[in-house]
Design a protein around this ligand. Structure first.
Ligand code: GDP
Ligand code: MG
Length: 463
């Protein structure tokens, strides 16, 4: 059986290409702020494991729907038992005709049987004089058809669009391809599946496949995060012993080494996760989070707001206090407090720990050639996990239609970190490379559990 085909139409510059890009996640779809950028119909097959599961056609916007409507109406398309024959006749007669270049492109793939997807911008007024001819033309094919209302600048005219389109389409959905969620995309595919009985089953398969694929990416992301944490705890950090320097200076050099390694491990993990989501965007951390970096040394003693105090009390009461307590106020408070949903001021509430405490060095023996990091602070693992969790939570809903850098600025649910924190302490304190398989497995499970919980709490981006 042929896989389902959808032809995306509409007036110029309404987000047709953006819709195709979001639904197929195909970065090669050309989106442009200029109208009339798409000149020919282009097909974008959606494939999994080499098999095309459905195809979306991106087409130019209507240019002369009124002219075409007049011709096919004159040919009796409305009362014809074979409207598609009339359509094919039109394509034969007008191929290459300069008055109908867009219409010919739009209807070419439709003539082979397709569902029609009409994209309109419901932040702009619905006007019959502008749009009636194109929607009548679409209806005259009697093919299954759905309207997608894209609230480009809000949904001010949503109701007038609904009213205007209701007699013409089998279904009308509001969908913003710029700001969508994974579930929203599935909802649109679900609506697609009801347009044609024959396509219900293949499209349900698409939905199931996408869910399975996404779950797999989530699990892989959990593995990447675990690997990153373990890799950092496993890494040997050492500097040559220099008689001219004291313990503090050696420690600073070690800390710089750790910092560099952590940053590059985080970068690599972010890239890896992004790729697994089928995206190629840069992950940025907002100024707020960058200012309070993993290794920030500034501790400002601010008064806590009532809200923050309540928050800290709740957390401490709930057992997270232990984690906060050892979480090194200064050196880690940025990400840690951000991850816990606390304002920066909350750091003043927790014990001041110098960044130097991050690295525990082996007995400082001036007779040795090297100074080594004996162990890293367990909470560092928690910070790394929380940072990468935020990346996953944003990417989860991302599609190729949004090419902006991913900016991480929101907080995730701080609940339930205690188990993770305890486990990390076990891992951090065991001798290098000797974590038990059980601990490793437990770490993966806890991270994976967090990633799945975060889905309920998804970060929907608002550009
Ligand atoms: N803010 C916002 N911009 C959008 C949205 N959809 C499309 N655009 C922008 O509108 C312009 C036209 O989009 P495009 O998909 O190329 O429209 P087409 O001509 O109908 O294919 C591009 O600059 C898009 O980035 C949306 O939902 N929100
Ligand atoms: Mg386009």
């Amino acid at each position: 059986m042929n896989s389902p085909v959808f032809v995306v139409t509409g007036a110029p510059n309404k987000g047709k290409s953006t819709f195709v890009k979001a639904m197929t996640n195909d970065a090669s779809v050309v989106v442009s702020p200029y109208a009339r950028n798409t000149e020919t119909a282009v097909s974008y097959p959606f494939k999994i494991d080499g098999e095309t599961l459905f195809t979306l056609w991106d087409t130019p916007g209507f240019e002369n729907a009124a002219g075409m409507h007049e011709i096919v109406t004159g040919w009796g398309i409305r009362d014809s038992d074979h409207p598609m024959e009339v359509l094919r006749q039109f394509l034969e007669s007008y191929a290459g005709h300069e008055d109908f270049t867009s219409e010919v492109e739009i209807f070419k793939p439709i003539a082979d049987y397709a569902c029609i997807v009409y994209v309109a911008d419901c932040s702009r007024k619905f006007s019959e004089s502008e749009y009636l001819r194109e929607i009548q033309l679409i209806r005259s094919t009697r093919l299954p058809r759905i309207a997608i209302l894209n609230p480009i600048d809000g949904d001010r005219y949503l109701e007038s669009w609904r009213t205007g389109l209701t007699d013409y389409f089998n279904n009308i959905k509001v969908f913003n391809p710029h700001q969508t969620t994974f579930d929203e995309k599935l909802r649109i595919l679900g609506a697609f599946s009801h347009l044609d009985d024959e396509w219900e089953q293949p499209l349900n398969r698409v939905i199931e496949t996408l869910k399975v694929q996404r779950d797999k990416v989530l699990e892989e992301s959990a593995r990447v995060i675990r690997r990153t944490v373990i890799q950092i705890f496993d890494k040997e950090f050492s500097v040559a012993y220099d008689v001219a320097r004291d313990e503090q200076e050696h420690r600073e050099e070690l800390l710089a080494q750790v910092r560099k390694f952590v940053q590059s491990s985080l970068d690599a993990a972010q890239k890896d996760i992004t790729r697994r989501f089928g995206l190629s965007v840069t992950v940025d951390f907002s100024q707020e989070i960058r200012d309070n970096d993993l290794f920030d040394t500034t501790i400002r003693k601010k008064n806590l707001s009532v809200h923050q105090r309540a928050m800290v009390n709740t957390l401490v009461g709930g057992g997270i206090g232990a984690a906060i307590d050892t979480a090194a106020g200064g050196l880690t408070f940025g990400v840690f407090t951000a991850a816990l949903g606390l304002g920066g001021g909350a750091a003043a509430y927790v014990k001041d720990i110098s960044p130097m405490d991050l690295v525990k060095i082996g007995g400082f023996d001036p007779n040795e050639e090297k100074v080594r990091v004996e162990s890293l602070h367990a909470e560092l693992g928690l910070l790394i996990i929380n940072r990468l969790r935020q990346v996953v939570a944003v990417l989860y809903n991302r599609t190729a239609a949004n090419t902006e850098n991913v900016t991480i600025s929101k907080d995730l649910d701080p609940a339930g970190l205690l188990k993770l924190s305890r486990l990390l302490r076990k891992i951090a304190s065991s001798r290098r490379h000797r974590y038990s398989e059980k601990h490793k497995k437990e770490l993966l499970d806890l991270i994976h559990e967090k990633l799945r919980e975060d889905r309920e709490n998804v970060l929907v981006e608002t550009p």
